[in-house]
Design a protein around this ligand. Structure first.
Ligand SMILES: [Zn+2]
Length: 1016
């Protein structure tokens, strides 16, 4: 990959040369680009939950845990310490509401929760204080709902601001209603808000539910109301008397001098859980399970994060609704104690609601033990199902397996010929079309055949239909990203509108120019200036130089400089433009997140080809729309060894091949110090600038299309930014290369001819050594590049000697370690890294390392330097080993007793069972510090013991592990835990020895029925 990319746009975690990435400009705080993947061809249906005036965002944090993608919005002045990342939008600005509408329009929004501040609406004002003194003055009364006539100027400002916010929210609610989107408005029951005209629409069209916060575990009986356009909100209704008797804390002034009402601003956890459950049911009414079945696919040696992955076996065999006179008797887990009509004993009451005099009860019926095991035995490991591979790549692989080598070559020629004939037919239209384009855009496009690409896109059914018209006008840097329908859902909300940005340019411009002048260039300034001038003179990427005064004339004073600074990489000087500093990136919204799975797909594709080229037989792929490709491996492949080769093509100066919209020339004026002129010089930029969030998004759209088009021509390749690593059987490497070259030239893209190496058995690809030398034996291995190993070893040794780190320099080291780690270490490395990540990366001063942290660094170093490559085996497709685990924590009096057990079931029917107690001293250690409820750790212990115990049997097999505890599962999958003791415990005691297991675990909640029947 080109170092240029890495420098500016890639997150630290994946960059090749990410020492650059530690500079402020290079990391996007929104982190919209995932570390590991590419999701070409499919979009997921993850549901979005929006919380307005989120405060500390406890509700969003809860929703996030349940698998929602969340957007907690609050303003910058928010005084609460947030529980998850708050999106800072100023709701007093029209722009904020435009962004919200864009998100609601382009995402699957499950619900919008609005919790406007209630301070000015409180009826508690005016109540005398406990000492008899008058309380704060009421700001509204029933007669003066919009504010009493007599109040201080400061209060007047507050009330007016609140009124304006309410007005916007009221309108937004109406708009949400028109879009059929669920909304919930929350405020104290005792608030004037409910009487305001702004919310009259909401009140007329909504359903109310009231509750006491103490019924949800809060310490005071604060009355809270919810208003929603969905009647299910009734489930929030719960009062003090409905729960176990409890004590209340006093009202009035609290210990720290504030009003106790302020302490009650945060929702208690149980209330959040209930609200999320309400949202869950809205989704389930629409037939969406909050573990959407579409994406988040399992990948080689990695686990999808979060709980948004479907369970392989649904928790309930069926769900039954019954209309009953009374709610039947339930045990503590809300399960039936007696059969109820046809619903068997033990079924779980999922929810109930009053229907006149009757109660509608909805039960989940668990699988019987036998049935669950029967279903489990029929499962294939998702890795073997190809469910995670985009359609265009699957079609391509299918052709590679089912056609003869000769037919494959013929097919390629035939398709490329067809496209060439289209290019000829379109030539006249193409040049006429180009003439209608802005000449500055046309100059950047060069020989690109837009109409041809568009026709090809239609031919292959490419979903990003807007791509080519945007290429023709140049890509925007600001505003709302076009939804490509290619990438996964993701959220990045612009905190600034284009208008605001350009208004602020008045202040930003002199500040940035001043900063450049003050720095007066620095070490590499003349070299940097020379490169920049060359970009203008020789390559026409830039236009200039101009003085700032000349720029003022060109743009009537309204323009924004982008500070350009040099970064030295491998003795080469790279210019980097800082579009974060000048806030352009703050004006870009997107509801997609590109994830690049190139390396995973490369591994997967090579193993699949090897497996079938060796064994032959029946091939069946299911595409995302359900189409099944069925066929047999062509016998000619079996007659020769599966000799695979690899190389990579990369686009030359990739961003510079794509035009920037002239509308945004004024926002990316490249500015730097000229030593010769002793002043700042400015250049107009006509190509996609490095460092812009929009550039990344749009470039990846282009490269995803190029990859798909290539697959259609029969090239097995992936895309990773400007890199296109490709596989070929040794029989037709010539044809593969010719085809890739032909396509790029036909479309008018320029690739690096000098970097295009011949196909080899082993190559440095995407920063690792990808070795197909043993492909005839069905092996692929990946190892870190020797240069990378050396570099990291030095860095780690340095840290170990000095025994301290400077957190601001950590992200670059962490990023490199993480990338290296993912190829060699497996989960143990992840856990050690998590420890280090806790150090944060914001402090510029030295942090001394504790013994455990030093140990983690040493562990990483040892693993890294052992140099053992990660090997993947193209074994015969075999059903996975099933492992069921369970843990129990019971009390005899005060004495806790923890037991664990496991069952292993092999495809041949062999079954093993174990059960034992958790040693008392281990249990005591977990309970240190007063923690009694350690069931999660017990469950985790069961998994770990099972894996250790059956390691000899399963280490080279696919395994599906069944766990019935979410927190334990999170630790297993993510390798991190919010509870430090979990992570630490695991790092030290067990996972170290587990790295080589390479288990592929998948999440399933073990049905309660089965769980109970495993009595150890
Ligand atoms: Zn109470």
């Amino acid at each position: 990959m080109s170092a240029e990319f890495v420098a500016a746009e890639m997150p630290a975690a994946q960059s090749e040369t990410d020492h650059v990435a530690s500079c402020s400009s290079s990391r996007d705080s929104h982190g919209e680009f995932d570390f590991d993947g590419f999701g070409g061809g499919t979009t997921d249906r993850q549901m979005v939950f929006i919380e307005l005036c989120a405060g500390s965002a406890v509700l969003s944090a809860t929703a996030q845990r349940h698998g929602y993608r969340v957007l907690p919005v609050d303003c910058k002045r928010n005084r609460h310490k947030p529980r998850c990342r708050i999106v800072s939008l100023d709701l007093s600005e029209a722009h904020a509401w435009e962004v919200l509408e864009y998100i609601v329009d382009t995402c699957d929004v499950a619900a919008v929760h609005l919790a406007p501040p209630c301070g000015t609406c409180s009826k508690a004002r005016g109540i005398p204080m406990p000492d008899g003194s008058p309380g704060p003055q009421p700001l509204r009364t029933a007669e003066h709902l919009l504010g009493v006539p007599d109040m201080t100027p400061l209060d007047r400002i507050k009330v007016n601001a609140a009124n304006m916010l309410y007005e916007r929210m009221g309108k937004f609610i109406e708009w949400l209603d028109s879009k059929g989107v669920a909304w919930v408005l929350e405020n104290p029951t005792n608030s004037f808000l409910w009487e305001l005209g702004y919310f009259s629409y909401a009140v007329q069209h909504g359903y109310f539910a009231h509750c006491h916060a103490c019924a949800y575990g809060s310490s005071r009986p604060k009355k809270t109301s919810f208003l929603s356009n969905r009647s299910g909100i009734h489930m929030m209704q719960k009062f003090c008397g409905d729960v176990e008797p409890h004590e209340h804390a006093p009202w009035g002034i609290s210990a720290d001098g504030g009003f106790a009402t302020a302490l009650e601003a945060q929702y208690p956890d149980a209330m959040c859980e209930q609200l999320v459950k309400f949202v869950d049911e809205l989704c389930s009414d629409k037939g969406i399970k909050i573990s959407p079945a579409s994406l988040q696919q399992p990948r080689a040696h990695r686990q999808p994060r979060g709980r948004a992955t479907p369970q392989l076996i649904p928790e309930y065999e069926l769900v039954v609704s019954l209309l009953l006179h009374n709610t039947p008797a339930l045990d503590s887990k809300r399960c039936l104690m007696q059969p109820c009509r046809n619903v068997p004993v033990g079924s779980k009451l999922l929810r109930s609601e009053k229907k006149g005099k009757m109660v509608l009860c909805i039960f989940g019926v668990f699988h019987t033990c036998e049935k669950f095991v029967h279903v489990a035995k029929s499962l294939w490991h998702p890795f073997d199902l190809a469910a995670h591979i985009p359609d265009h790549l699957l079609r391509c692989l299918f052709e590679h397996l089912t056609k003869s080598p000769m037919d494959l070559v013929k097919l390629r020629i035939q398709r490329l010929k067809l496209w060439t004939s289209w290019a000829r037919d379109l030539a006249k239209d193409e040049s006429e079309y180009k003439l209608t384009l802005d000449p500055r855009v046309r100059a950047v496009l060069g020989a690109k055949r837009l109409l041809l690409m568009k026709k090809v896109a239609e031919e292959i059914g490419w979903p990003d239909t807007e791509l080519f018209s945007e290429l023709a006008t140049g890509f925007r840097l600001v505003g709302n990203a076009t939804r490509s329908n290619v990438f996964q859902q993701g959220l990045k909300a612009a905190t600034l509108s284009e208008e605001q940005l350009m208004r602020d340019a008045k202040f930003l411009k002199p500040a940035l120019l001043g900063k450049i002048r003050a720095s007066g260039g620095g070490e590499h300034s003349s070299a940097l200036y020379d490169i920049t001038v060359a970009e203008a003179k020789e390559k026409s990427w830039l236009k200039g130089p101009y003085s700032p005064v000349e720029m003022d004339q060109r743009y009537s004073g309204r323009w924004l400089p982008v500070r350009r600074f040099p970064v030295v990489q491998k003795d080469k000087l790279r210019p980097i433009d800082d579009l974060r500093e000048n806030r352009v990136n703050d004006t870009f919204s997107s509801t997609e997140r590109a994830t690049l799975y190139a390396l995973d797909h490369l591994v997967w594709a090579s193993i699949f080809l090897m497996r079938f080229y060796r064994s032959g037989g029946h091939v069946s792929f299911t595409l995302s729309d359900g189409t099944v490709l069925d066929g047999c491996v062509h016998p000619e492949w079996l007659a020769m060894p599966p000799d695979l080769r690899i190389t990579a093509m990369d686009l030359k100066s990739a961003y510079k091949q794509l035009p920037l919209s002239p509308l945004d020339f004024d926002k990316s004026i490249v500015s730097l110090w000229s030593v010769k002129d002793r002043d700042v010089k400015c250049f107009e930029c006509h190509v996609l600038p490095f460092g812009a969030s929009a550039s990344v998004h749009n470039f990846l759209r282009v490269s995803a299309f190029l990859q798909a088009a290539g697959c259609h021509l029969g090239i097995i390749w992936m895309s990773y930014f400007d890199d296109f690593p490709m596989l070929s059987h040794s029989l037709h490497t010539g044809s593969t290369l010719a085809c890739a070259r032909g396509m790029m030239s036909l479309f008018g893209f320029v690739y690096s001819e000098e970097k295009l190496l011949p196909f080899e058995r082993s190559a440095e690809i995407l920063g690792v050594v990808f070795d197909l030398g043993l492909s005839s034996e069905g092996r692929v291995s990946i190892s870190n590049k020797p240069s990378r190993v050396e570099e990291l070893n030095d860095a780690l040794l340095g840290i170990l000697n000095e025994k301290f780190v400077i957190p601001t320099s950590m992200p670059s080291v962490l990023g490199k370690l993480q990338y290296a780690d993912s190829h060699v270490w497996g989960r143990a490395g992840k856990l050690a890294l998590a420890d280090l990540r806790e150090l944060g990366h914001t402090s510029p001063s030295k942090v001394l390392l504790e013994e455990s942290q030093l140990k983690a660094f040493e562990t990483l170093r040892c693993r890294l330097c052992s140099g053992r490559p990660k090997t993947f085996l193209a074994d015969d497709v075999e059903k996975p080993v099933l492992i069921f685990t369970d843990g129990a924590l019971e009390y005899e009096g005060d004495a806790a007793k923890a037991t664990i057990g496991g069952v292993s079931l092999k495809p041949d029917g062999a079954c093993e069972v174990f059960g034992c107690a958790v040693p008392d001293d281990v249990l005591k250690r977990w309970q240190d510090g007063g923690k009694t409820h350690v069931i999660g750790l017990v469950e985790l212990y069961a998994c770990v013991v099972s894996l250790l115990h059956w390691k000899p049997d399963v280490s080279s097999r696919r395994v599906i592990l069944f766990v019935d505890n979410w927190p334990a599962l999170d630790v297993l999958v993510k390798g991190t835990s919010l509870q430090p003791e979990w992570t630490r415990w695991k790092t030290t005691s067990c996972f170290g020895s587990h790295a080589c297991l390479q288990l592929r675990m998948l999440q399933i909640t073990l049905a309660e029925g089965l769980s109970r029947s495993l009595s150890f």
